[in-house]
Design a protein around this ligand. Structure first.
Ligand SMILES: [Zn+2]
Length: 297
């Protein structure tokens, strides 16, 4: 898939929807932990295909129990790496929990801007009409305006300037994400995922064995065998975990990648805000007016 014709709408959708993720063992894990009914066999989660979540429309958004939903693996090859996708889900879940009391509708950066000096949020304020007849928006520290504990910044932080600057940074960030490739490490990624799937299967076996033992389904002879089996499974688990750790440490610096496009020019306010929410944790403004972006990804 070519990145050039990506709209921001697509971008925010693909970061939220499971059908775009390369569903692997971590994705299986994520949904299973939420109690989702897993329809496709674990072994199929090889990080190639997307997955469809059914029952979303009936599911209450703030219900942490997802057992009323089903996850089915699709057969389309997908583009978003699981690591980056999961980061986005965690971010979105966090956003859901924090009621954004600082949001104001006049900048898509609202709620993200922090005054370095006092640590309070900065909100947009409208200036007076200038000689060109324009009203400019600027960011003002709430520590100064509401609580009188902060002094004025040396320069005026115009919302438009900051938005343009951040806009450029996001564009750059997205192309950066596009450029970094797993490259030669693809082999290790595949191997790690295979190991994780095996580990998961061992854990399922263990659970099954445990359930049977607890239900009293074994006589004493079988119980000896079952204990041997349990020991074996435990050893398998240790060996698999060690191997995963080894491979992981070898490919530490291979960060997760999305093939993201650069065009989010046509995006409206809401879309820009969505992308900013996903990508940016906060923007810290120094007394001198310098802006430092703290990225989520
Ligand atoms: Zn301040």
């Amino acid at each position: 898939m070519d990145g050039s014709d990506w709209s921001t709408a697509k971008l925010s959708t693909l970061l939220k929807n499971s059908i775009y993720v390369k569903a692997d063992s971590d994705i299986f894990d994520y949904y299973e932990r939420h109690g989702t009914q897993m329809i496709t066999d674990l072994a199929m989660f090889k990080g190639e295909f997307g997955a469809q979540l059914y029952g979303q429309s009936k599911h209450k958004r703030d219900n942490p129990d997802w057992s009323d939903m089903k996850l089915v693996l699709l057969t389309h090859r997908r583009i978003v790496d699981s690591e980056i996708w999961l980061k986005c889900q965690r971010k979105l879940e966090k956003n859901k929990q924090i009621t954004n009391s600082f949001s104001n509708s006049t900048s898509w950066l609202a709620g993200k801007i922090i005054c370095e000096k006092c640590g309070h949020h900065m909100t947009t304020v409208k200036g007076v009409i200038n000689k060109n007849g324009d009203v400019r928006r600027y960011f003002n520290c709430t520590g100064k305006s509401h609580q009188k504990i902060c002094t004025v910044t040396k320069v005026t932080i115009y919302a438009e300037d900051l938005e343009n600057m951040v806009y450029d940074c996001i564009t750059e960030k997205l192309s950066e994400l596009k450029e970094v490739k797993r490259g030669g490490k693809a082999f290790e990624y595949g191997e790690i995922n295979d190991l994780k799937l095996k580990l998961k299967a061992v854990e399922q076996n263990e659970k099954q064995l445990m359930d049977t033992m607890l239900s009293g389904g074994f006589n004493s002879d079988l119980l000896v065998l079952a204990n041997q089996k349990a020991t074996q499974l435990k050893q398998d688990k240790i060996a698999l975990t060690d191997r995963i750790e080894e491979l992981k440490s070898r490919s530490e610096d291979t960060s997760a990648i999305v093939n993201l496009g650069r065009s989010w020019k046509a995006a409206d306010y809401r879309r820009k805000k969505e992308v900013a929410d996903i990508l940016i944790e906060k923007i810290v403004i120094s007394v001198d007016g310098d802006a430092k972006i703290v990225w989520n990804i």
